[in-house]
Design a protein around this ligand. Sequence first.
Ligand code: G1P
Ligand code: ZN
Length: 539
Amino acid sequence: MIKTIQTTPYTDQKMGTAGIRKKVKTVLQKNYLENFVQSLFDTIGGVQGKTFVLSGDGRYYNDIAIQKIIKMSAANGMKKLIIGQNGMLSTPASSHILLERHADGGLTLTASHNPGGENGDFGIKYATSNGGQCSSEISQKIYEKTKTIKEYKILSADDVDLSKLGTFWLEQMEIEVIDPIKDYLLMMEEIFDFEAIKKLFASGFEFVFDAMNAVTGPYGVKIFEEVLGAKKGSVHQAKPLPDFGGLHPDPNLVYAKHLVDLMYSDDAPDMAGANDGDGDRNMILGKKFFVSPSDSLAILTDNYKYIPAYKNGIKGVAKSAATSTAVCRVAEKLGIACYEVPTGWKNFCNLMDSNRITFCGEESFGTSSSHIREKDGIWAILFWLNIIAATGKSVEQITRDFWAKYGRTYYLRFDFDGIDLDVADKLMADLESNLKSFEGKTYNGCKVTKAHPFVYRDPVDQSETKNGLLVYFENGARICYRLSGTGTNGATLRVYIESYDKNDFDQDPLKALAELLKVAMILAEIEQRTGKNKPDLTT
Ligand code: G1P
Ligand code: ZN
């Protein structure tokens, strides 16, 4: 029986950089999830006769939320739902299924790399039929709707069993429960040289994949151990847990310290990779060696010819404005376009849909290609394995060869967390009005050449987005400021800093960027305004 439930709106259901993301206790409020989902359905002209991919990363509340959404979908006339077994699919796998099945949309229940569990975060990413997350215009319309919603529709029925593969019906709606790994694995086999990677593992190459107790554990076991022959046990923290075992499932030097410690110990394997909560981010480490994500994008691009799917040539590349300019130097050498877009993966999608780019990436440990419309953690790790298999070089050697060819871009991101929202907005507004006055001046020995807001005009739909403020210095150094769009606790000011060195590749990035960090703090008056005299997090 379909029930229409009266409800009262919430005023905080705005979507950020990657969907809606909230504290679990916020989402547990009465009708909170239902309001959002019904608003979304209403905004896109209903779901009557449509097919959606629906799954999540298995975090706390995934199981309950998915049942609610299944029943709401049926009550709203959805034709079919495609769901990963046990309600789980990684974000990249979900984007792939959406494209492969020509579905009308997709909902991924995740707060990505944010912690899970009862005290963690929950979220929903909404993808449109092109496999990528919806545009800011659509998210704005959904937000408007959430502020006036009065009722939602839900089927009164028992929970459905998502543990068995196959097709069944819930009233008029078809539900297909699929193997979450099978199609994704086939796609990876088409892109990479699996035979070469098998030989690499058979030769004794030691590898660790850390799934951070999140959704890609089973993918890792299947792909790296069972198919490619990595030693049993190569996949660490392989079982997805609702609270990610207490980890902050963000693969970087701070939150994956256990893996970094292993890689800098004498027992380090030859290579390690890690993924985040929903499997779209990646971190790459060699023996006692870390590859910065901005460098990783540039290195993959420079080595495209080793990968069967790309060996005949690649189109352009793209990076977010906050990402270092390392990949631009590669694009220049290859004679391909390099686009600079606002932060958030959806900004790459028009460029991929219009065949302008093949690879893209963000400094926040995200890299991918046009095989899907999301970043893809396992894809990036397979790419590195394929290069190693083809060249016989180590992670460190591949990176050093790259620096020797192009110079090294020292790069770090400094985050100032939990700032009062008004303080953060005012800081950015005042900084923006001061930008012009910095030009030509020297601060701590660093001379500003130009300073301006980053404004992006999408070459496809001509829409204009402003995202961050840029300050350029002599000798290729750069600072980018922006406010995070994914936080759930006040505002986070992100300060991205890079410098460029053609000869000296062995500095500690923190030291190489120390003066520029001081300058960044002075220009934005960070200490006066926030009381913080150093960043809370450096990645
Ligand atoms: C952060 C990252 C951004 C990424 C997003 C979703 O967004 O900086 O690159 O696309 O998470 O994973 P932010 O909090 O900076 O808005
Ligand atoms: Zn993620």
